[in-house]
Design a protein around this ligand. Structure first.
Ligand code: FAD
Length: 388
């Protein structure tokens, strides 16, 4: 059998350094995650999320595309390659790194005061300090501008009240980036989670992204000093700048899930026999594998194009939307098709395919739903805003 990467000659498109990063991330996944991931998915959380974060910190992938403060200073494409390898293992693992590096660390790195950057970033890059990012609320997801969480001034301090929902790593975090309404519009705050009035409740009964901790945050009179507030940024520009970073990582990551599903289905198709021959010998199976591989190769080329463009000139939000929409939509389709090739084994956690397919249900929704990214593209293509 030929791997789709080889079939399309993809490997030659990457630099030595990019290939090296892929290998080292793969090695960590093979040693510390793959042997346990099926069970973590079943249990609904990794055994030791904080220990896992420290391992990821030692590997250097937390905030790896940020400069200074103990961060890696690597290229966007190198970061993308790491996301691909992490998600080839599990979307929950990639989410852990995205939320830490692209949401929580990026928010602080881009918007917090110098003192706050010094306070949080080195520990976060090392994985000793865990961050989360609270934008979504129970009643406000796709339309965060309508959020109800509010911060009001009280003397020299700020007091924050509200609730955040579906917050990755909320119950394990040391610091929560919280977005709240103020008299000046939406502002961001770096809130130590030990502050009185801050509680995090783990969300149970998820059927997707089970090897990742997801939480509800309750802020009840949470008092923080002025220094916790991000000094300059006002409005949705703040959180959206962070989401653009994380969405970019998903463009790559989703293709990791797709790759794992294809590799598994390919192996299965040549080993599994029915009617006296390998199921890979039937034209219908070959068509599935051919279509899956085509979309995978196109998805990698799109991710690489966006990565090189981000490194050269930066990306506009709609370019990130284009990649996130296409690659997550195609990746989930690839995983679902791979699942059919595995027959009944396709629904078992003994194989990675159903886990990836289920995980991608979350990836399809978070960081802007498929519908939102479609409307962003539609808005650019027509000049007409169809959001409201
Ligand atoms: P809604 O906004 O209620 O949307 C429901 C449906 O309506 C969707 O299909 C949507 O596309 C559609 N819809 C809404 N408005 C329109 C419109 N104008 N036109 C057409 N269709 C529309 N959030 C964080 O802040 N931090 C996190 O760390 C985080 N982690 C997450 C982890 C997981 C596992 C999950 C599942 C979610 C996470 N989220 C996080 C939340 C996620 O970003 C939101 O779920 C997402 O933005 C969608 O919001 P919603 O669920 O409220 O859906």
């Amino acid at each position: 059998t030929t791997h789709p990467d080889e079939l399309a000659g993809l490997t030659g498109l990457f630099t030595d350094q990019e290939r090296q990063i892929a290998l080292s991330v793969r090695a960590l996944c093979a040693a510390e995650v793959e042997p346990h991931i099926g069970r973590w998915f079943e249990d609904g959380a990794p055994d030791d999320p904080r220990g896992l974060m420290r391992s990821l910190g030692s590997l250097g992938v937390l905030g790896m595309h940020l400069e200074g403060y103990g961060c890696g200073g690597m290229t966007a494409t190198e970061y993308g390659v790491a996301c691909l390898e992490l998600e080839a293992c599990d979307s929950g693992l990639r989410s852990m790194v995205s939320v830490q590096g692209s949401l929580a660390m990026f928010a602080i790195w881009r918007w917090a005061s110098e003192a706050e950057k010094q306070r949080w970033l080195p520990g976060m890059a090392a994985g000793e300090v865990v961050g989360c990012f609270g934008l979504t609320e129970p009643d406000h997801g796709s339309d965060p501008a309508a959020m109800r969480t509010r911060a009001r001034r009280d003397g020299a301090d700020w007091v924050i009240d509200g609730r955040k929902m579906w917050i990755t790593n909320g119950s394990v975090a040391d610091v929560a980036v919280i977005w709240a309404q103020t008299d000046d519009g939406i502002r961001g705050f770096a809130v130590p989670t030990e502050t009185p009035g801050f509680t995090a409740n783990t969300i149970k009964h998820k059927m997707s992204l089970r090897a990742s901790v997801t939480s509800e945050l309750v802020l009840d009179g949470v008092r923080v000093p002025e220094s916790a507030a991000f000094p300059e940024v006002r409005g949705l520009r703040g959180p959206l700048s962070c989401l653009s970073e994380a969405r970019y990582g998903i463009v790559w990551g989703a293709m990791g899930s797709a790759r794992t599903a294809i590799e598994c289905a390919q192996r299965y198709a040549v080993e599994r026999e029915q009617f006296g021959r390998p199921i890979g010998g039937f034209q219908l199976t070959q068509q599935k594998l051919a279509d899956m591989s085509l979309e995978y190769v196109k998805g990698i080329l799109l991710a690489l194009h966006l990565g090189r463009l981000k490194d050269a000139t930066g990306l506009r939000p709609e370019q990130v939307s284009l990649g996130k929409l296409n690659n997550v939509r195609e990746a989930i389709e690839i995983c679902r098709t791979a699942r059919t090739i595995l027959g009944a084994n396709g629904i078992s956690l003994e194989y990675p395919v159903i886990r990836h397919a289920n995980n991608l249900e979350s990836v399809l929704t978070y960081e802007g739903t498929v519908e939102m990214h479609t409307l962003i593209l539609g808005q650019k293509l027509t000049g007409q805003d169809a959001f409201r």
